[in-house]
Design a protein around this ligand. Sequence first.
Ligand code: SF4
Length: 187
Amino acid sequence: APLGTATNSSGNKVTVATIWLDGCSGCHMSFLDMDERLVELAQKIDIVYSPLVDCKTLPEQVDVGIIEGSISNEEDLHKAKLFRERCKLLVSLGDCAVNGNVPAMRNAFKLDNVYERAYLENVNIHPQIPTQGVPALLQTVLPVHAVVDVDVFIPGCPPQADTIHYVLSELLEGRVPEPLRMTRFGA
Ligand code: SF4
């Protein structure tokens, strides 16, 4: 997707959606660490979908989408694609989203061995490999930009609240922060 600015698609405020995929929620905690600056941001943005708010249906059109976490299972993949489809500008937040980080440590092992370790060897009560009710793991954990185009990368584990604030402030001014702006890996 071409880079764009966070112009408004709904009322006067810029709409923002956030999601965590295979992450620990620490990146979202950093978002909250913007503390009193959140009050100022709330004048300018509407969080329309996020684990941080009650809205649990992703609107058809969103100005800025923020993804925490890597793509580790089929559900992550589906949600990342949905975010890309519906968000004008997509932000990859934190090292898990940017490079796979902790979840990608399993990439050194075969998927069968990962299942066995998690569901058989480390379990005392009813050890069993789930066949339903749990999204199937992908063979390899991937960063977000490996499956969808990303417009802005915010690295860090977790990223600093100051960095998140800087990026959001720039987007609200209609600018994409240059050092954090990259094209899709390998493109
Ligand atoms: Fe947690 Fe760090 Fe991953 Fe963010 S980047 S989800 S803080 S492990």
